[in-house]
Write a protein that binds this ligand. Structure first.
Ligand code: HSE
Length: 320
């Protein structure tokens, strides 16, 4: 049914609802290459067709006040517009966004909005694009909002599980189902780190010895993800270049990682561009709550608020 009630624009009444999960990118050696979807938290995006253009009629939830409503500045709006453009769609969209993922957190907040916006628009375009094209639509939004083309959050957000990007040009990524017993502890200190700013501190060149170190760890990481060897996985979460360059942007990062490792985590590392501190655990051995509580308490003792929770890997965007 069509009605005309929004500034004279004709609207369809049928809303579709998408959830788009948080994601962890980089995962040690895989800067701009590796990513993994989480079960929680997630953004919720409601979309319906309108005659033309993209209208973001509401943004609620975590950090909503700081997120632009102009569709050409908003991750979800930019990604959705790219899908409509590639599909030659003859309609526009109205979007309502509920942010479950705090912006500037390092767990793919803008990536979730971009992926969710692209995914929702794609459902309304009868899903004619390939998965790689859809990921690129979302990555385009990441490029506009973060100043650098990276798809390591949007790829797992759309494809689910663990993803590795073989190439950006042409774009090709694979997904692997992570081990059943891979648990994830997330600690999110009350520090805001924008991806755009944290990419500015990165080196422009790397040493051959660091390249060798990353290729070795990345190769074994993928093997461990595929075979379920959590010890090898933990040993392979190593980063000689990017996390060291960012360490000063995240207070008490090393202390948080040391706490997790001393309590039996398989690995502990910076999530994406930060500030979230991520720890991998074997859920057959522990529930991870002690790690979550201990890192949170350490931040509180140092005068910094912190939320922490235990979750697992997840399946990516879905219509609910
Ligand atoms: N790979 C990107 C970075 C992810 O580390 O800058 C940002 O979320």
């Amino acid at each position: 049914m069509i009605q005309s009630d929004y500034n004279g624009v004709h609207m369809s009444e049928e809303w579709i609802k998408i959830i788009a999960p948080a994601t962890i990118s980089n995962l040690g050696p895989g800067f701009d290459v590796f990513g993994m979807a989480l079960q929680k938290p997630f953004d919720t995006i409601m979309v319906r067709k309108i005659d033309q253009g993209i209208i973001i009629s509401s943004i609620e939830g975590q950090g909503a006040d700081g997120i632009p409503r102009e569709a050409d500045l908003n991750s979800a709006g930019i990604a959705a517009a790219e899908v409509l453009r590639r599909c030659d769609a003859e309609f526009g969209l109205e979007m309502k966004i509920v942010k479950g993922i705090r912006p500037c957190s390092g767990i793919g907040s803008s990536g979730a909005s971009a992926a969710g916006g692209a995914f929702a628009a794609h459902v309304l375009c009868d899903q004619v694009l390939s998965t790689m094209e859809l990921v690129m639509c979302a990555a385009h939004a990441e490029e506009v909002t973060s100043g650098g083309l990276h798809a390591d959050n949007v790829a797992p957000c759309i494809m689910g599980g663990f993803t590795a990007i073989r190439s950006y040009q042409p774009f090709e990524a694979i997904s692997i189902q992570p081990p059943r017993n891979l648990g994830v502890v997330v600690a999110m200190p009350d520090v805001m780190v924008s991806t755009m700013e944290s990419r500015k501190v990165l080196p422009h060149e790397v040493k051959v010895s660091d390249l060798v170190f990353h290729v070795g760890n990345a190769s074994c990481f993928v093997h461990a993800m595929q075979t379920g060897d959590l010890d090898l996985l933990g040993r392979s979460v190593r980063d000689a270049v990017f996390e060291p360059a960012r360490v000063n942007l995240i207070p008490y990062l090393k202390q948080a990682e040391d706490i997790a490792m001393s309590l039996g985590a398989k690995a502990s590392f910076l999530g994406g561009s930060g500030p979230c501190v991520i720890s991998f655990i074997d859920t057959d051995m522990m529930d991870g709550q002690n790690i979550a509580d201990s890192i949170r308490d350490m931040y509180h003792e140092n005068g910094i608020g912190c939320e922490s929770w235990v979750t697992s890997w997840g399946l990516g965007c879905k219509r609910v």
